[in-house]
Design a protein around this ligand. Structure first.
Ligand SMILES: [Zn+2]
Length: 310
């Protein structure tokens, strides 16, 4: 809804009834059958993007939230090369179409990251030199300074996109500088690689459990509708994941998870808190600690799949 001044009201009517009815890129053959980056509009101000399986076997999801004054892009994907995956061009296209419909001057783009692993930051250089753009660095101190997170990780700060307020707080465990981002307009709680339908690697398990406690407490006290992670590695068969690096994943569950599933991750993590190793559950798999043996098995399974042409 837009006011007379052209300001969009992101408060009345939140959360918006957006669409998650989408068939995601999953590595269909031939490679040309799928775009290098797929764009899905949840609503006209909220976008979910997925890099193609043929571009990167990680096929991460990216999130773009637009407010009245600026947009936030969470993650830039696993590919630096714009010719291979034009992340910048794709975002520029979304923003210019949006600005045609909602004209305003000096619109800013903020590029930040769910966490600093390479498959979420590799596309950053595509945004270097872009006008009206701020890019957060990936280190813990940089992330804290960028968002003003002085009470890490518990403090929840408000990041204003212009009438669209995001809540941001730390959720370390998978990565020391992981953040969670809640958008009341879409009801999305973006959890990065901390919670998603797949293998949840938690090298710092104590921090991971504490983060899950805060994520669940937050979800139950704020209107979280969808828990949005950055990868999908499960199949629709309970407890069964695709091999690491699988190119084709035709039977993925939805990327969006429920608050009940988030609770299940927290409950599972608490149950196995003192049992390092790999623990398999219906909708996710938890790697408690470095899991050298579990990781070796995972790598071997992926190598075997590739030998057989996967
Ligand atoms: Zn990742």
């Amino acid at each position: 809804m837009a006011t007379a001044a052209g300001l969009i009201d992101f408060v009345t009517g939140a959360p918006v009834a957006g669409s998650l009815d989408v068939a995601w890129n999953h590595g269909a053959k031939p490679a040309s059958a799928e775009p290098p980056i797929q764009v899905h509009a949840f609503d006209e101000h909220t976008f979910i993007l997925r890099q193609g399986k043929w571009v990167s076997r990680e096929a991460p999801f990216l999130y773009l939230f637009l407010g009245n004054e600026r947009a936030l892009l969470l993650d830039t994907g696993a590919t630096r090369d714009a010719a291979q995956c034009p992340v910048r061009e794709t975002i520029d296209g979304i923003l210019s179409r949006w600005l045609e419909a909602h004209p305003r001057d000096g619109y800013e783009l903020v590029v930040a990251h769910t966490h600093g692993h390479w498959d979420h930051v590799a596309g950053d250089p595509q945004f270097y030199g872009r006008a009206n753009t701020r890019i957060a660095s990936r280190g813990l101190a940089d992330v804290q300074a960028f968002f003003g997170l002085t009470g890490w990780p518990e403090q929840v700060i408000q990041f204003d996109l212009g009438g669209r307020i995001l809540d941001i707080f730390g959720c370390p465990g998978h990565h020391p500088a992981s953040i969670a981002v809640f958008d009341a307009w879409s009801g999305f709680l973006v959890t990065g690689d901390t919670v998603y339908p797949g293998r949840l690697y938690a090298p710092d398990f104590a921090a991971f459990v504490a983060s899950l406690d805060r994520l669940t407490a937050f979800a139950h006290t704020h209107g979280v509708r969808h828990v949005m992670g950055c990868h999908n590695e499960m199949t629709t068969t309970p407890g069964r994941d695709y091999p690491m690096g699988a190119r084709c994943q035709p039977c993925e569950p939805p990327i969006q998870m429920t608050v009940a599933q988030l609770d299940a991750v927290r409950d599972a993590a608490r149950r196995i808190e003192h049992r390092p190793g790999v623990h398999r559950f219906d909708d996710f798999i938890i790697y408690n600690g470095p899991c050298r043996w579990g990781m070796a098995k995972l790598v071997a399974r992926g190598a075997w799949m590739r030998l057989r042409g996967g």
